[in-house]
Write a protein of this length. Structure first.
Length: 224
């Protein structure tokens, strides 16, 4: 039986980490697409669908617990998290609990490590204020932050922050961005745009235009 979020998997049930491990050398380009708890998570289906015509691309999606709140089937532009697995090139969608599907025993694969080994590129779209803080502070208490913490810095991470403009303008955000720029070469930040935000405020905080995000991902994947 296939797992809840595993797309197109046939045959006997296998834990997600083992499935990812087996796919590492499948000769495809591997995009790990992650979303955290911002309203801009609703752009994820559009971003994924825009890779429809890419042959030889495998996409695995990681969503934080907060991100799932925005993709619960509550409106037409907000399909369920599980339905993301039906989009073209998506091989699986992971939640935090996928790390712990079976009690770990010696020689078992570990999902966040296998995802890092598998991924040629990590794109975090959107990156919440909370995730920015956790990543720059080295915290790793869920699947996505463990992937980031265990990341091979020779590979690229694209991150598109999206948050209220007061959060973006806060001195702590500037400090965190400076740390990434100075000490974490692999991080490429796609700055938020100025517009009216979902909360009604106007300012810099809306996620970078998703077409631009797709263009950057395509460029980075081509050289990955
Ligand atoms: C309706 C709603 C919208 C939110 N939008 C954002 C947002 O756009 N950006 C952001 O950084 N946080 C936003 N938050 C707060 C985050 O969801 C919250 O900080 C959460 O802990 C983030 O968790 P994560 O980083 O693990 O995904 C929002 C919260 C709610 C209730």
């Amino acid at each position: 039986m296939a797992t809840r979020h595993e797309a197109g998997v046939q045959g006997p049930y296998r834990v997600p980490a083992a499935v990812v491990s087996d796919a590492i050398n499948d000769s495809k380009k591997h995009l790990l697409l992650a979303a955290s708890g911002s309203v801009a998570t609703i752009k994820l289906p559009l971003i994924i669908s825009s890779f429809e015509n890419h042959t030889n691309l495998s996409i695995r999606v990681v969503v934080t617990k907060a991100a799932t709140q925005f993709l619960a089937g509550q409106s037409l532009e907000q399909p369920t998290v599980s339905s993301l697995a039906l989009l073209p090139n998506v091989d699986a969608v992971y939640l935090d609990e996928d790390e712990w599907i079976e009690p770990w025993t010696r020689h078992s694969k570990i999902l966040h490590i296998e995802l890092r080994r598998w991924a040629h590129l990590l794109a975090i779209v959107p990156m919440s204020a909370n995730l920015l803080a956790k990543a720059t502070g080295g915290l790793c208490d869920d699947l996505l932050t463990n992937v980031i913490r265990a990341w091979d810095v020779k590979r690229a991470i694209i991150a598109a922050p999206a948050m209220n403009q007061m959060m973006w303008e806060s001195p702590i955000t500037a400090k965190q961005l400076a740390l990434l720029a100075e000490e974490w070469d692999c991080f490429e930040i796609l700055s938020p745009q100025v517009k009216q935000l979902a909360c009604g405020d106007v300012g810099q905080g809306a996620m970078c235009d998703w077409h631009e995000i797709v263009a950057v991902i395509e460029k980075r994947l081509a050289s990955a």
